[in-house]
Design a protein around this ligand. Structure first.
Ligand code: MV4
Length: 513
């Protein structure tokens, strides 16, 4: 880009350096923005919807991520070979690797994301804390430099008071993190976190934070353009997590009042400005029960849960990313941004909630996607596709919008009941139980919610899994003969939850085994 923010080369074709639902999401945005999209795919993804949705598709080779979606030279070669002018990294994979952003720029391609310097500053958690402190953004009390040894750690912990968290400077997302409730545990936690961080990130530096009890995880979506405009699109409530994997997200949060939203938005735009941010980013905060919030980390990429913000703000975040990369101004105006209604997202994963969320593999034989008013399905696989252990277990994001939180909640229950996945276990039934949980319904949640509620949510019989071969065959045959389906039952014998005849047949088959 030139100094006045204008694009040197017009973008006509974008390489989407990702797979699955987010690749498809980005391809759709490209098409609406009048751009061509180029997909990349590993051998196991050749039949994926994102490949067929693209205008061109470049094979990357073996399924292992290191040899496909994480292979920087291969991706750069794909972009150049396909005549692209820009690269969108999506989330995960290379999206927050500064060397990738630099390699893209070095190949004279536009990186659809922030400058590498912003990725680097926020990737180093102690540097991020220093930068935020300097900018006046409240941070969790703790150290702003890595600690040299556990002697230093002991002094810092004495200053903060127990409990404290030992965190990896190169970390994020909970890896290399240790909770320390009393001084006697500190030295061993320091060593454990250091070696875990060294193994996971190749960098063993750790620092300390005061441990906040039962906070909410609230994050603010921001957008920044090359004309100096930074806007905040309100918050997402992301407290419903299991082992640092989010399962349900919503916008807005029941805990955020309009004045708190203004203060958090102000802090988030300040944070983005402080690192020279461009494009879409997210500032994560912990919100204490007292109402105090503090900076946790910044995600310098598009996030999985971006759709809930899109639905309540009426903004297409991916199209805004594309516009910013093309040197165009944001289409959103801070003065007019008001959340409208309520959105909830469930991450439907190929995991068995009744078996400790064991990742499931296999072929999705049949998929009935929910629809109707206020329902959005951001999926990346369809019937016939295989779910493998090479990548994350996300099947799709089911997102609903309603005028109020309770309308959205009822709509999610309805949509979850419409959904049918035959062939592999999924988190569907668990999501229904979360929606049915009185604590969730009251919005009485914090980051420990699933830890506390997990057992209660799993009591009772799991619904019969539609995964046994004969259940699959029954579903397929019945689907084929849909035309001959009997009418729904008459009022006198209507079951509590209406089901199609084939689904009932498949369930009978499954439970008969
Ligand atoms: C914390 C915290 C309490 N106090 N930091 C977990 C992952 C990483 N992103 C930061 N995490 C936490 N940091 C302080 N000082 C509690 C958590 C935490 C958490 C945060 C967000 C969402 C879910 C969580 C689950 C457990 C712990």
């Amino acid at each position: 880009m030139t100094d006045d923010g204008q694009q040197m080369t017009a973008i006509k074709r974008v390489l989407v350096a990702n797979r699955g639902e987010i690749a498809l999401r980005i391809i759709r945005a490209c098409h609406e923005e009048g751009l061509e999209a180029v997909a990349v795919y590993s051998e196991v993804d050749r039949l994926s919807p994102h490949v067929r949705a693209a205008d061109l598709a470049v094979p990357l080779g073996p399924p292992a991520a290191a040899q496909s979606y994480l292979d920087i030279p291969k991706l750069i070669a794909a972009a150049q070979g396909a005549g692209c002018q820009a690269v969108h990294p999506g989330y995960g994979f290379l999206s927050e690797r500064a060397p990738f952003a630099e390699a893209v720029a070095a190949a004279s391609l536009e990186f659809i994301g922030p400058p590498a310097a912003a990725i680097r500053a926020m990737g180093d958690k102690t540097e991020a804390r220093r930068r935020m402190q300097q900018a006046g953004v409240p941070i969790v009390p703790g150290s702003t430099r890595p600690l040299a040894d556990h002697v230093q750690a002991r002094a810092e912990a004495a200053r903060l008071g127990f409990p404290v968290l030992v965190k990896a400077a190169a970390g994020g997302g909970g890896k290399g993190m240790r909770l320390v409730r009393e001084e006697s545990e500190l030295a061993s936690a320091f060593e454990a976190a250091t070696s875990e961080a060294l193994k996971a990130f190749g960098a063993g530096e750790v620092y300390l934070e005061k441990y906040l009890e039962r906070p909410r995880h609230i994050e603010i979506q921001i957008l920044a353009d090359s004309f100096g405009r930074v806007v905040a699109l309100g918050e997402r409530e992301c407290s419903i997590q299991r082992r640092h994997q989010k399962l349900v997200e919503e916008a807005p949060s029941v805990a955020v009042t309009p004045p708190l939203r203004r203060r958090m938005s102000e802090a988030a735009t300040t944070a983005a400005t402080a690192v020279g941010y461009l494009g879409a980013g997210t500032i994560e905060f912990l919100l204490a029960p007292s109402g105090e919030f503090s900076f946790l980390e910044m995600n310098t990429r598009l996030q999985v849960e971006h759709p809930v913000t899109e639905l309540v703000y009426g903004v297409d975040i991916v199209r805004e990313q594309l516009r910013v990369a093309m040197g165009q101004p944001l289409r959103v105006h801070a003065g007019t941004l008001q959340p409208r209604g309520h959105a909830i997202e469930c991450r439907i994963t190929a995991e068995d909630p009744f078996n400790d969320f064991l990742p499931a593999t296999g072929v999705v034989r049949y998929l009935r996607v929910p629809g109707g008013p206020g329902v959005r399905w951001d999926g990346g696989i369809e019937a016939g596709n295989e779910v493998t252990l090479y990548y994350d277990p996300l099947i799709a994001k089911l997102i609903v919008w309603g005028e109020t939180r309770s309308v959205a909640l009822e709509r999610m229950r309805r949509a979850l009941r419409e959904l049918a996945i035959v062939g592999i276990p999924s988190s569907q039934a668990f999501h229904l139980r979360v929606m049915d949980d009185p604590e969730f319904q009251r919005g009485d949640i914090d980051v420990t919610y699933l830890e506390r509620a997990g057992a209660r949510l799993l009591v009772g019989e799991p619904p019969p899994a539609l995964t046994r071969p004969l259940a699959v065959v029954a579903a397929l045959l019945a689907e084929e003969q849909r035309a001959a389906e009997p009418p729904p039952p008459s009022p006198s014998d209507r079951p509590a939850v209406p089901q199609s005849a084939w689904l009932l047949a498949a369930r009978r088959e499954a439970s008969a085994q």
